[in-house]
Design a protein around this ligand. Structure first.
Ligand code: ZN
Length: 400
């Protein structure tokens, strides 16, 4: 796991996932890097021309959809996804306060007797929680099942658009309806081939339209279904590849050279990690980098037992490491049994090779924490030494 771990396939549990304001990967934007496969679907007899879908995109035992599926999918446009939804709670000050604390938003508009709710909380007032919503109509679930049945089994939330028509205030009672606004033509993206589904939710306060929330997902057949992995040379599943884009490419170039690079705003000097296009403190877009000395402590951690992911061997510790420079990075702690990882534990950077393509920064527990789990002993330093950070030559042979 890395600080910029892949959030793609399987990373999104479902439609309720809030994509928020985060950047949309370029390869998911329909107008950008996506090749439009729609004309194939609608051409001629409605069938898919030979070769339109690479063989490795057709799931085992699945069907290669033709025009019939496209027509059926289009039939869901305009159908209700939620009817007569009622917010589980009225707009209220405690939820607003929790949101503002989580977001670090200290605007005075959200506090005091004349408080309004942050507009971006719009979806929060409609969420069904663990119990779900009784108003959910069958059409959307049916649409998802139809795509699942045709082999488009993976889902990723791509983007969300909101419009705000009036402020929400504590005490406002929320009702909402949602409609399947559009089903795209079949698109091919770097993740795989599939369909973008857009739902639009109209959110009302006291019966008056307060805002709309458009939510888009891609239901797709994952690319790279080759069980031998991307290189075809290894047996067994390989670790997920990092998503490298123009905003974080410099970080991964640093990893290649065994350097952990932290972005620094050239205007105000604020360090930031993970890599982002702009400074969160002053908004400046110009930056340079500083190299981490590689020392840090465990700021927080979880031990992963479930669910099992291919290429990962639970239980293992995933830690938030606070570097001496002050920024934090999500990584694995190695050289110590998973149940001996502790908050405050000193750790040191090293680079671990997982296969011929993938090397990741990990953090080795400093000293001997006294663990004696024989099953994890292979993760300890073989020579007992603590490796230097930036000059580490890696661990030849390990993991390959
Ligand atoms: Zn700055």
């Amino acid at each position: 796991m890395s600080g910029r771990g892949a959030g793609g396939e399987g990373g999104v549990g479902g439609v309720g996932f809030a994509a928020g304001d985060g950047p949309v990967p370029e390869d998911l934007v329909p107008d950008g890097g996506v090749r439009d496969g729609g004309e194939d679907v609608e051409a001629g007899d409605g069938g898919v021309p030979d070769g339109a879908v690479p063989e490795d995109l057709v799931p085992d035992g699945g069907v290669c959809d033709g025009g019939d599926l496209a027509v059926r999918l289009k039939g869901y446009e305009g159908r209700a996804a939620t009817v007569g939804g009622v917010g589980k709670d009225p707009v209220n000050a405690p939820m607003i306060r929790h949101w503002c604390e989580a977001m670090g938003d200290t605007s005075p508009a959200y506090d005091g007797p004349d408080a309004v709710a942050p507009p971006t909380m719009l979806q929060a007032w409609t969420m069904g929680g663990l119990g779900g919503h009784p108003g959910r109509a069958g059409a959307y679930d049916e649409l998802l099942r139809l795509l699942d049945g045709a082999g488009y089994t993976s889902v990723v939330a791509t983007d969300c658009e909101q419009e705000y028509l009036r402020p929400l205030r504590p005490g406002d009672e929320i009702t909402f309806d949602a409609v399947i606004e559009s089903v795209s033509d079949r698109k091919t993206t770097k993740l795989g081939t599939g369909y973008f589904l857009t739902t639009r939710m109209d959110i009302r306060a006291g019966g008056e339209l307060a805002g709309t929330h458009r939510f888009r997902i891609l239901k797709y057949v994952p690319a790279h279904r080759n069980p031998k992995g991307p290189t075809g040379a290894k047996s067994g599943p390989s670790r997920p590849r990092p998503v490298i884009n123009r905003d974080n490419a410099g970080f991964w170039e640093g990893v290649e050279r065994h350097r952990l690079l932290i972005q620094r705003c050239t205007a105000c000097g604020t360090l930031r990690f993970p890599w982002l296009p702009g400074c969160g403190a002053c908004g400046c877009l110009d930056w340079d980098t500083v190299e981490s000395g590689g020392e840090g402590t465990v700021y927080s951690y979880v031990v992963m037992h479930h669910p099992p992911f291919p290429a990962f061997d639970p239980p293992y510790a995933v830690a938030l490491i606070e570097l001496t420079e002050g920024v934090r990075i999500v990584s694995n702690v190695v050289g110590v049994p998973h149940d001996k990882v502790r908050i405050g534990m000193p750790v040191r950077l090293e680079f671990q090779r997982y296969d011929e393509e993938l090397e990741l920064p990990v953090f080795r527990a400093e000293g001997d924490p006294g663990g004696d789990d024989p099953g994890r002993s292979a993760a300890r330093p073989r020579d007992g030494s603590v490796r230097p950070a930036a000059s580490s030559a890696g661990r030849p042979g390990e993991g390959s």
